[in-house]
Design a protein around this ligand. Structure first.
Ligand code: ADP
Ligand code: MG
Length: 701
């Protein structure tokens, strides 16, 4: 390392304690915010900016304008009667400025005669002088007396805590900047930056903390957001390139005959949306590069048939396939329906779930390991210790609306030979907004199943108050009498579960004795034994049960086309994607389906969710709405993504930057697959620091 580089690094590595504005006394407070070094301090970006007017002497302040001044408090008064307010008089020797804060009496302990203040606000004529109502103010401490602001400027507002205010952070940053900026080395070359009209990194850091104008703030944000996105996309691209270089998947055979044989097994013609997805999957699976594909299709779009096609393609090449479902009920349903499809064929199929008795489990595991099983259907139990495949070619993760990264990795390791990996397909029922699929799921190719199978009539959704439930159930009763079937969903199993939640037991009792008397009802929830659950689902499917009263165990995947009515009790207690999934259980046949949400929302969010459900049946629109209501971390439901993935980049605002970063990252890795050129040293170091762990970059590059 050259002497210059060492010095550069030192400026940023210096402790904040060494800064004149901080000192050892305040350093601890900075440390608690994670701001131990100058480098970290400079990466603590403002969350917004305030416009600050130039200061004038009080005698020169004009009324009817935003004005700014400083002076000493000469008198204060709390008015407790009528309109409660706090008043202060500010004087700078040239004149007197009257300040008033309505409901501001709490200020009397902080603003006292003798204290020096800077204030800003809209001035108005007040007797002979000027008054500001509810001014913005800050105390000027003698040890930090700044020269008065000669001209208007933007002031950064930093994320702060009770102990450490934005102004103190600003002072520390300002004292650090001059010495530190020279130490900010740029990991992007000048030509590369110029092509993209990006400022240098040091310049961007200066502009984010001490901007001269709104344009500078925008330019700095653009550069810093791009950096975050580029690093993330580079990490993803490197990982993929590494995977392509080091692992092979079995290239499956495909021919017109194989295709025709698979289609003969399906009870319907594929929709154009399914055809498109199948086309992309065939292209993937017939190559040696391990496929890693996300199949997005709204609830009811027919993802199962696409998964079955992929699995049968593996079987046609005498290789194995696995299908992993998120719940036992869904795994059991897949097992039952695929077994039916394969009746009379030689394909061997097994089911592996957590509730399988260990004696049966041993047999299932042995058959998978010997290769006797062609298709293994299951839950997370597939990922457990001891499950091995003789020749796993295709792994499908069904109804994956969570992160899935770990499951994919775990499934990939189920192949015996480390240099061979199965093709992985992830089916997602919760549509993932495009921006998220590009960032969090950036290492996946994406197929979209557009449209629904023919003959579907959109589900009608009604939101009603609990006082209408009698009418609702009486109406549903009429539909049951005509041979339709219904789901009634409650948030809890029994009343002990959650104070105030409607529960399956009491809803069951009420319906049995009341509106549904004489109908065939069954309760379904997670505490039932597997055989009981399987029997109930089977009887429901055969039409021997009229209505299921269930918890959210039926949320995903369950497919009984004759069920055309759903009632959700206390619907505001469910999340938006959950409600969309639940509603997706009806509207699967050709009957006109109905979904009734019974709710008396206790929160604004609950209200917004049921309103959104009544508004649209489009899963993508609902997912975007969900993203607005909850933020990306929550939507993905994973710890990793719960931490804000980016400090500056923000969606949907920065989608264009994201797309640019993605293109740039892909081109970059093609040009330099190991990122090991001398001029890439800094970029590589920063990439490792930001994303090294999460993607195992150490062994990638
Ligand atoms: P998803 O998993 O995408 O929610 P499913 O795979 O469960 O949807 O399919 C929903 C329903 O539509 C099922 O009853 C299925 O049999 C039916 N279905 C799927 N594809 C077609 C098709 N091409 N034509 C007619 N019905 C279809
Ligand atoms: Mg499904």
């Amino acid at each position: 390392m050259s002497g210059e580089t060492v010095q550069r690094g030192e400026a940023l590595a210096a402790a904040v304690a060494a800064l004149p504005g901080v000192g050892p006394r305040r350093a601890g407070v900075f440390q608690r915010l994670g701001l131990s070094t100058v480098g970290r301090l400079l990466r603590h970006y403002p969350s917004r900016y305030e416009w600050e007017e130039a200061e004038s002497p009080i005698s020169a302040l004009a009324p009817e304008a935003v004005v700014s001044a400083r002076g000493e408090v000469t008198a204060t008064r709390s008015v407790m009667r009528g309109k409660r307010r706090f008043e202060a008089v500010l004087s700078d020797g040239t004149g007197r400025l009257d300040l008033v804060w309505f409901n501001g009496t709490y200020l009397r302990d902080r603003i006292k005669p003798g204290v020096r203040l800077r204030v800003q606000g809209k001035g108005r004529r007040f007797g002979p002088g000027i008054q500001i109502v509810n001014p913005r103010w800050e105390e000027i401490k003698p040890e930090r007396e700044e020269p008065s602001a000669k001209r208007a400027r933007l002031r950064p507002v930093y994320p702060a805590t009770e102990d450490l205010g934005s102004r103190e952070i600003e002072a520390a940053v300002l004292s650090a900047l001059p010495g530190a900026l020279g130490g900010v080395a740029d990991h992007l070359g000048e030509a590369f930056r110029r092509e993209r009209a990006m400022p240098g990194l040091a310049e961007a850091v200066r502009m984010i903390h001490a901007p001269e104008s709104d344009e500078e703030v925008a330019a700095a944000r653009r550069r810093l957001a791009y950096d975050e996105l580029l690093l993330q996309q580079l990490a993803v691209a490197l990982k993929r390139a590494h995977q392509r270089r080091t692992t092979r998947a079995p290239a499956l055979r495909w021919s017109k005959e194989i295709d025709a044989a698979i289609r003969r097994r399906l009870p319907f013609d594929l929709t154009p949306g399914q055809e498109a997805a199948v086309g992309e999957i065939v292209a993937d699976l017939t190559r040696e590069a391990p496929a890693n594909r996300l199949i997005q299709g709204d609830v009811g779009s027919g993802k199962t048939a696409v998964a079955v096609y992929a699995m049968l393609l593996a079987a046609a090449s005498k290789k194995q396939a696995a299908l992993m479902a998120p719940t036992e009920i869904l795994a059991e349903q897949h097992f039952a329906s695929i077994t039916r499809l394969l009746e009379g064929s030689k394909v061997g199929i097994d089911l592996l779930t957590g509730s399988l008795p260990s004696s049966e489990r041993e047999g299932v595991v042995a058959r998978a390991a010997s290769g006797e099983t062609d298709l293994l259907i299951g839950t997370h139990a597939l990922l457990t210790e001891g499950v091995r495949f003789a020749d796993l070619a295709v792994a499908v993760i069904d109804e994956q609306h969570r992160f899935g990264v770990h499951q994919r990795a775990a499934l990939r390791e189920k192949a015996d030979d480390p240099s061979s990996a199965p093709h992985v397909l992830v089916m997602t029922a919760t549509p993932i907004p495009r921006t998220l699929s590009l960032t969090v799921f950036g290492d996946l190719d994406v197929s979209l199943i557009k449209g629904l199978p023919p003959g579907r009539i959109p589900v009608t959704t009604r939101v009603v108050g609990p006082d209408k439930s009698r009418e609702v159930y009486a109406y549903v009763r009429g539909r049951l009498d005509r041979g339709e079937q219904a789901y009634v969903v409650a948030p809890a199993i029994d009343s002990g579960d959650d104070g105030g939640a409607a529960d399956v037991r009491s809803v069951m009792r009420r319906l049995e004795e009341g509106e549904f008397a004489g109908k065939r009802l069954a309760a379904l929830h997670g505490r039932l034994k597997r055989e009981t659950r399987e029997r109930i689902m089977e009887r429901f499917r055969l039409g021997q049960i009229d209505a299921l009263v269930a918890t959210t165990v039926i949320e995903v995947g369950v497919d009984v086309p004759n069920a055309s009515v759903m009632v959700v009790e206390q619907a505001d207690r469910f999340g938006l994607s959950q409600l969309h999934q639940l509603r997706g259980r009806v509207g699967r046949g050709s009957a006109r389906s109905l979904c009734v949400l019974i709710a008396a929302p206790a929160t604004a969010d609950g209200e917004a969710r049921v309103a959104a459900m009544a508004d649209t049946t489009d899963g993508f629109a609902l997912a975007e709405r969900d993203l607005e209501l909850r933020g990306p971390g929550e939507v993905l439901g994973s710890r990793q993504s719960g931490e804000a993935p980016f400090r500056i980049a923000e969606f949907p605002r920065d989608v264009d930057l994201l797309l640019m970063a993605r293109r740039d990252a892909q081109a970059w890795v093609e040009r330099s697959p190991l990122l090991d050129l001398p001029e890439e040293k800094l970029l590589r170091a920063r990439l490792l620091r930001a994303h090294g762990d999460e993607i195992g970059l150490a062994d990638v590059a």
